[in-house]
Design a binder for this molecule. Structure first.
Ligand code: 5GP
Length: 204
């Protein structure tokens, strides 16, 4: 049981159990990871650790931010039905392990997924009651500053990700997949907005 369900114990966000599935998306450099970890602390909720074939960054811990796997291992997991969704993002494969999501929902817990738009479309098909949020950068300059401040991506990668951001925002708008668009100009304010939105929905 979490703080949200305490406000309305009968509410349900998935077809099985009474757990809540929350999706956070947004372009590179918008602050998704910080928002997700703060949101998980405040709700409280569990973070869904994705599989990825992307190389590990110096500040990352395998099993914490991602489970870093080879392409062969990713393909094997995917083929065995172990993923809720998967997508190819910025040249690498990413996917959400299915079992932790099913378990959280069945147990009545909240689980937070940080995934891209294509993944969100797939999850919504399976869990239409998933609550979805798309984060927007306050300004393109701020977004660039955040990506560059990470100092873990090559200059070419940074340029590619920034170029893709406009298209991602447009697609997110047109997809109709997102409940709410949030300008992330302040982490705590953005997290409060997400929590308030979840509460309002559950109170209905
Ligand atoms: P990064 O490599 O910067 O951590 O993430 C790159 C992109 O992949 C981000 O847009 C992030 O939301 C997305 N992503 C991370 N994990 C998953 C996942 O499991 N599934 C999907 N579809 N996208 C993911």
């Amino acid at each position: 049981m979490n703080g949200l369900q305490a406000t309305n114990p009968k509410s349900s966000a998935g077809p099985r159990g009474s757990g809540l599935l929350v999706i956070i998306s947004g372009p590179s450099g918008v602050g998704k990871s910080t928002i997700c970890s703060r949101l998980c602390e405040r709700l409280p909720a569990e973070f869904s650790v994705s599989y990825t074939t992307r190389p590990i960054r110096p500040n990352e811990v395998d099993g914490s931010s991602y489970r870093f796997v080879s392409q062969a291992e990713f393909d094997r997991l995917h083929a065995s039905g172990g993923m809720l969704e998967s997508a190819h993002v910025y040249g690498h494969s990413y996917g959400t392990p299915l079992e932790p999501v099913q378990q959280a929902l069945a147990d009545g817990r909240t689980i937070v997924l940080e995934i891209d738009i294509h993944g969100t479309v797939q999850v919504r098909r399976r869990y239409p009651a998933a609550r979805t949020f798309f984060l927007l950068p306050p300004t393109p300059d701020e977004q660039r500053r955040r990506i560059e401040g990470r100092r873990t991506d090559a200059a070419q990668t940074i340029a590619e990700r920034l170029k893709l951001a406009d298209g991602e925002i447009r697609f997110a708008n047109e997809s109709g997949c997102y409940d709410r668009f949030i300008v992330n100009d302040d982490v705590d304010r953005s997290v409060t907005e997400i929590i308030e939105s979840l509460r309002q929905e559950q109170a209905r």
